[in-house]
Design a protein around this ligand. Structure first.
Ligand SMILES: Cc1cc2nc3c(=O)[nH]c(=O)nc-3n(C[C@H](O)[C@H](O)[C@H](O)COP(=O)(O)O)c2cc1C
Length: 421
């Protein structure tokens, strides 16, 4: 079993302080948020978590999701750790320049000595995607959008083209791309620099025009082995795309019947793509896991952390739809009880969580769980104790050992890594 932690992060403030407003711009809360995140990341490395992954959201003056740049946060975390991998869940690809993102991820891979993993999301917050992505004509994918069909189509078109460009940049020394949204390089760039002609043969044509480009540095890891993740909430096309590409979807819904449907779809699409993987594998599951000495104490910690953020902020984007039973009509109650009773928040005493986790692992045959940690509004000391109880009491109780993905560096890399020389 692998555990990877999803960290928004939020400002280091209490729900009462958030309600006073502009918590995201309060330097005291941001510094406290970094301090708490630093303690958490160190603990997760020591406990054997496989990775941490940051979200991408912008303009968060409310302070609930202050993660403008998950690759930069990954670099910050890399400098404090040695083994845990650094991911994003995810960089919002339709509104990101794919060349700059391919370069930044390659640099994170070198800074972290080969511990980068990549996560790409489609993006659902309009104030972020439509503002930052306006020059790419990017739109969020939001089920409540009156023009959902067309906007979702463009969102997915940009997502897949940007992913293709990132792959080309990682998988090839030099590459060109001529797609719907990007011309790389554009026609008509004269670049008959003698040094380039000599040092980068193939970049410039005999006519002195730029034909290809390449990123430098490239990834430290062998790009064919880099793990790529994508959040999945509702679109079957995302699961099929991920299965075809060998990308790991992180499934949101805890509703067994729906989750099993997603696993069937992924398994069939993976087999159709010639990938022979057992049912239930190749995917991750998103959950909030809080362990405490008593069920009630755990419920309270979870409600004060992830519960506060979800019920105060995410419900507005339709997150409660991920908790809807098949065929269920009517409004889903926007309460932490709902999140807990419908199985997204696995919280309670050691025995309670062990029972719930064992059932989930058996039912979904999963080997990868991504706990969303309510860092910020929840007490950091209670979250740290919860993680300790999870790894040192709960997992042994159900016979689970934590595993970690082993990165593979490029075969041409010999010598010392920058920190170990
Ligand atoms: C685990 C997880 C993490 C997510 N992280 C982000 C994020 O960082 N930024 C964002 O805009 N959307 C994020 N989303 C939402 C996705 O971008 C996307 O809107 C949603 O998954 C719907 O896409 P789908 O129709 O392809 O399933 C996340 C969703 C999940 C399940």
């Amino acid at each position: 079993m692998r555990l990877g932690s999803f960290i928004l992060p939020s400002a280091g403030a209490t729900p009462e302080q958030f309600e006073q407003g502009f918590a995201g711009q309060n330097p005291i809360y941001y510094q406290k948020g970094l301090r708490d995140a630093g303690r958490l990341i160190q603990q997760l490395e020591d406990l054997g978590f496989d990775f941490i992954a940051f979200s991408e959201h912008h303009f968060h003056v409310e302070g609930l999701e202050i993660s403008n740049n998950p690759v930069l946060l990954g670099t910050w975390a890399a400098m404090q750790t040695k083994r845990i991998r650094l991911g994003q869940m995810g960089s919002v690809l339709p509104a990101r320049n794919p060349i700059l993102l391919a370069e930044d991820l390659a640099m994170l891979d070198h800074f972290s000595e080969g511990r980068m993993m990549a996560g790409f999301a489609r993006g659902y917050q309009s104030r972020h995607v439509a503002t930052i992505g306006q020059n790419m004509n990017a739109f969020p994918t939001t089920a409540t959008d009156p023009e959902f069909e067309e906007h979702d189509r463009i969102n997915r078109e940009l997502f897949t083209e940007h992913y293709t460009i990132i792959r080309k940049a990682w998988d090839n020394s030099l590459f060109s791309h001529h797609g719907e949204h990007w011309q790389i390089p554009p026609e008509g760039i004269k670049w008959d620099h003698p040094a380039t002609m000599h040092m980068a043969p193939g970049m410039v044509g005999n006519d002195g025009m730029l034909k290809q480009v390449g990123i430098a540095p490239q990834t430290l890891q062998d790009p064919s082995t880099i793990e790529v993740f994508t959040p999945f909430t509702m679109s079957e096309d995302t699961i099929k795309w991920a299965a075809g590409e060998g990308v790991i979807p992180v499934i949101f819904t805890p509703i067994e019947e729906i989750a099993k449907g997603c696993l069937n779809l992924y398994h069939q699409a993976a087999q159709a793509a010639g990938r022979d993987i057992p049912w239930g594998r190749g995917v991750g599951h998103f959950r909030d896991i809080v362990v405490a000495d008593t069920d009630q104490e755990a419920f309270d910690i979870a409600a004060s952390g992830m519960g506060y953020i979800w019920n105060r902020w995410h419900h507005w984007f339709g997150f409660n739809e991920a908790l809807r039973y098949p065929g269920e009509t009517g409004k889903i109650p926007n309460t932490h009880e709902t999140i807990r009773e419908r199985g997204y928040a696995l919280c309670g005493s050691v025995d309670t969580v062990a029972r719930k986790l064992e059932h989930m692992i058996e039912t979904l045959n999963t080997d990868l769980i991504v706990p969303w940690m309510g860092l910020g509004p929840a007490s950091i000391d209670k979250l740290l104790k919860s993680n300790e109880l999870l790894v040192e009491k709960v997992l042994p109780k159900i016979g689970i050992e934590l595993k970690q993905f082993k990165p593979t560096l490029r075969k041409e890399f010999q010598g010392d890594l920058w920190r170990s020389a």
